[in-house]
Design a protein. Structure first.
Length: 144
């Protein structure tokens, strides 16, 4: 699933909000303080997450892209498969930029992979609504 929108504002501020969210996620999952300078491509941490059915489990999060004011991407590895998400920022002019938010899933288990494709098709509208809600919250944080 891909959602793209144009944002009026400063790309640096948007990036800082994204990175603060990442920082908070890592801090909540890791009792030991990690310096932000130590976080980069390949950095991994384990967190507890729930699925849409309310089941909770450990997920290994690995940062796969982290380029300032350009791209942030991560993989979430669980027993079901690997979820991916990314934010790609592209400047339009000095006062606006586009954000492309992408989510995906893959699994070595064919059933899980097909199940995701079918459910994604059926819930596509709800997924896009949720993705837009995530992007709305980032924009709201920019304004604070």
């Amino acid at each position: 699933m891909i959602v793209t929108r144009t944002v009026d504002g400063n790309i640096n501020t948007y990036w800082r909000v994204l990175m603060q969210g990442l920082r908070n996620d890592i801090d909540m999952s890791n009792p030991n303080h990690v310096k932000f300078e130590d976080i980069g491509v390949g950095y991994s941490y384990t967190k507890k997450m729930g699925n849409r059915l309310g089941q909770r489990g450990d997920v290994l999060v690995t940062i796969t892209a982290l380029k300032e004011n350009d791209e942030y991407a991560a993989e979430f590895h669980s027993v079901q498969g690997t979820n991916t998400l990314s934010y790609k920022l592209d400047p339009v002019d000095d006062n606006s930029f586009t954000v492309t938010y992408t989510e995906g899933f893959s699994s070595e288990k064919r059933f899980n992979d097909w199940n995701f494709k079918i459910v994604s098709f059926l819930y596509n509208r709800g997924s896009k609504k949720r993705a837009n809600s995530i992007l709305d919250r980032v924009e709201e944080e920019m304004e604070e």
